[in-house]
Design a protein around this ligand. Structure first.
Ligand code: PAZ
Length: 343
């Protein structure tokens, strides 16, 4: 075994020994096992879509946390495209971020009540929204009838990683019929449990807790987030790179698509390429914060760099409050790991 494989495994085992699992992990695992088994029996392709940002709590009883940017638009929209193409979808998303189908009516400047009106003492959908809502409702009803969407949620980076690992291992027997579409914005740094204070970090020197002044809640290590003088000092540790474990260990035959978000255009393709070389998965989809709704770049070993752009004339906001960049899911929905040469 190569040294890098060995150290990735050690990092995984250290992480999952020291960071406790979320309370709902067992429930999620039971739901996922049943869902995966049923769709495998029916011969359906299955994709795990991750969506939304992960948080890094600074305190155990969390008042303050660091967040990663993502509304969940890419993930929720892509999930709809996978569903339209016949996939079963496990949607692992940040709690309260956008959801497939309901995203058309939430998180925008309109209240869902603005789509309704009263008629003869009944609540009905306003005429101007009938066609669009009927289209969305029909898709949603069909997906529900076929039980093809399982929604799981996380908030913190640790909750995300525990769920990802459990679901990935359950998907392993699906081989190339499984796809991972990792659109979530995942923290690169975190506060380990043994360096986290229990209580809200105090800003007023009069109220500093514990001998180290930060209320370390029984931990003996220096807290990762603490007040020093009048400043808040945050000293985070790197999150182990779990993509390697996913590719090599948890689901080695699956098709794996990761996303890369950058703000500096000169870094995007280079960073996507670096990730592809490092983890040897199938595809990295790069996007820039400011243009992510109009253009993405596919970076793959076989095809190099390929841009997908929404033409300028179509860059208007749609009914759902987001433009209609297919965001690659429609394109990918007809592929699996055995066809990865097509990129
Ligand atoms: O959720 P959203 O549509 O607002 O944003 C999507 C995105 C930019 C988070 C996603 O396309 C992405 O790039 N995810 C990976 C982020 C990362 O590099 O960790």
């Amino acid at each position: 075994m190569a040294d890098s494989d060995n150290s990735a495994q050690q990092a995984e085992s250290y992480y999952f020994t020291h960071e406790p699992p979320p309370k709902d992990l067992k429930t999620n695992t039971t739901l996922a096992r049943e869902f995966i088994g049923r769709h495998a029996d029916e011969g359906r392709r299955l994709v795990l879509v991750t969506s939304g940002g992960t948080t890094v709590p600074l305190e155990t009883q969390t008042v303050r946390y660091i967040d990663n940017f993502s509304a969940g638009t890419r993930g929720a929209t892509s999930a709809e495209y996978f569903l339209q193409n016949g996939y079963a979808v496990i949607f692992l998303h940040r709690q309260f971020s956008l959801l497939p189908y309901s995203r058309h009516y939430s998180h925008n400047t309109r209240s869902f009540l603005d789509y309704m009106k009263e008629e003869n003492g009944q609540v009905v959908v306003d005429e101007q929204h009938q066609d669009e809502m009927l289209r969305v409702l029909r898709q949603y009803t069909e997906v529900k009838r076929e039980n093809r969407l399982l929604i799981l949620s996380y908030v913190t980076i640790t909750e995300y990683l525990w769920n990802l690992r459990e679901v990935a291992q359950l998907m392993r027997p699906l081989g190339p019929k499984a796809m991972f579409y990792l659109a979530a914005a995942v923290s690169d740094f975190f506060v380990p449990q043994d360096r986290m204070v229990e209580h809200k970090i105090q800003s007023n020197e009069e109220f500093l807790q514990g001998p180290d002044g930060a209320g370390a809640g029984g931990n003996t290590k220096v807290p990762a987030a603490r007040t020093e003088g009048r400043s808040l000092v945050i000293d985070l540790e790197p999150v182990p790179k779990f993509l390697k474990q996913l590719v090599d260990g948890w689901a080695p035959q699956a098709m794996i698509v990761s996303f890369k978000l950058e703000t500096d255009p000169s870094m995007l393709v280079r960073k996507a390429q670096y990730s592809l070389n490092k983890y040897s998965h199938h595809l990295v989809i790069g996007n820039l914060l400011l243009t992510r709704k109009w253009e993405v770049v596919f970076v793959s070993a076989l095809e190099g760099e390929k841009w997908i752009r929404v033409p300028r004339s179509r860059r208007t906001k749609s009914f759902s409050g987001m433009p209609s960049l297919v965001g690659s899911a429609d394109y990918l929905a007809n592929k699996d790991a055995s066809e990865a040469d097509d990129f």
